[in-house]
Design a protein around this ligand. Structure first.
Ligand SMILES: [Zn+2]
Length: 381
């Protein structure tokens, strides 16, 4: 780590020029997290840093690979040069968290976490929510070697979906190629639990400011085509591996005499908040669509109370908080409004047309194609 406390209690950072002389004059250092002794390691090849003298299970030592130290330092220097109020390894006392970098903006405080090692997605979620509880927004940055890309397809491990930034309408993932470039994968479609369609753009750190990078909002091309690739696979491709949720959804569909490949054309579309969900869009959207609309006649009113029951079920089965499930459901209902299946009335919705299910995979795929352009408008606007 780059921060330590001196014998007299002053907290210093190896990255801050103003601390340089003081650090040189001192010899005893203590960990800001666990108070144990630290040693200043002045590497010739490696960047200087503090390390615990004795073996410890201090949380500050986990994941401090060389890569992690380097990336953290580069991000710090880049932000510092722009005059952003930035501190490294900043302690947030209210939540007992330590941010890799904390940026004090005029309007908001931002934690930047540079995540190199694999981590449970629940941990990322918990940390993000915890920062949020004290008004801090989080941006997760992954090291460049985690960007596994073939053209416009990127591969994502389960936990990597969770680092997606949702502050812009098109969800995005940041990758740092130290020392020169920040890459952003703008997600445009879901392809499989391990793959997403993305527009990957690079931003040279020398000429781009953090604000530029944050505000960038490119249009995503061909996302409707990529969404159809997924839908085609759902109609004609291999069967899904049976998870408890997929079995439940398939049982529900079969009760209505629908094998999975004849799922409603209105299900299986990529929505920005899909990144939060482990289950494929085909499954949870088919479930919601059938539970909500099957058997309903045209012009039936769907009250907020009816929606609420489904919200609770989805929250449980997708293992998602009620708040996040609400956002996800709102996005899906908005999609159904775009599809002219529903329209809004009195805080609820009205079914605008009779529900029709495809009779064959071919017919289903034809229906999918009719929806594709409107489906992609959810991430291209
Ligand atoms: Zn410690």
């Amino acid at each position: 780590m780059f921060t330590a406390i001196s014998l007299s209690g002053r907290t210093v950072s190896l990255l801050a020029g103003k601390d340089k002389a003081y650090i040189a004059s001192q010899s005893q250092w203590f960990c800001p997290v666990c108070n144990e002794r630290l040693r200043l390691k002045k590497g010739r090849k490696r960047r200087s840093h503090f390390a615990h003298v004795a073996y410890t299970n201090c949380p500050s030592t986990t994941a401090e690979s060389e890569h992690h130290l380097e990336g953290k330092a580069f991000l710090y220097e880049w932000l510092n040069k722009q005059g952003a109020g930035v501190s490294v390894e900043a302690q947030i006392f209210e939540t007992n968290q330590r941010a890799d970098l904390l940026v004090h903006g005029k309007e908001q405080t931002l934690a930047i976490e540079y995540q190199c090692s694999a981590i449970d997605r629940e941990k990322i979620r918990a940390r993000t929510v915890s920062y949020q509880s004290v008004g801090i927004q989080t941006i997760w940055v992954l090291p460049f070697y985690r960007l596994r890309r073939k053209g416009n397809t990127i591969r994502l491990q389960d936990w990597e979906w969770e680092v997606t930034d949702h502050s812009r309408y098109v969800p995005r993932i940041y990758f740092l190629q130290a020392p020169s470039t920040l890459w952003i994968a703008h997600l445009g479609a879901y392809l499989s639990p391990q793959k997403a369609y993305a527009q990957v753009l690079s931003y040279p750190l020398l000429t781009s400011s953090f604000e530029d990078v944050k505000e960038t909002n490119p249009s995503i091309t061909n996302s409707s085509k990529a969404m159809l690739t997924y839908k085609k696979n759902c109609r004609y491709g291999k069967r899904l591996p049976p998870t408890p949720f997929s079995i439940q959804v398939q049982e529900l569909l079969l009760r209505h005499k629908l094998p999975l490949h004849l799922h409603p054309a209105e299900a299986g579309w990529f929505l920005p908040c899909q990144a939060w969900v482990r289950e494929p869009p085909l499954l949870w959207q088919s479930w919601l669509f059938i539970q909500l609309l099957y058997l309903l006649k045209r012009q039936t009113y769907i009250s907020p109370k009816m929606l609420d029951q489904h919200l609770q079920y989805l929250s449980r089965h997708l293992q998602l908080s009620m708040e996040r499930t609400q956002v996800l459901m709102d996005q899906y209902l908005t999609l159904l409004v775009n599809f002219d299946v529903l329209y809004k009335r009195n805080g609820g919705f009205v079914l605008a047309q009779r529900i029709r299910f495809p009779q064959s995979a071919d017919e289903g795929y034809e229906m999918d194609q009719r929806y594709a352009y409107k489906g992609s408008s959810m991430v291209t606007n």
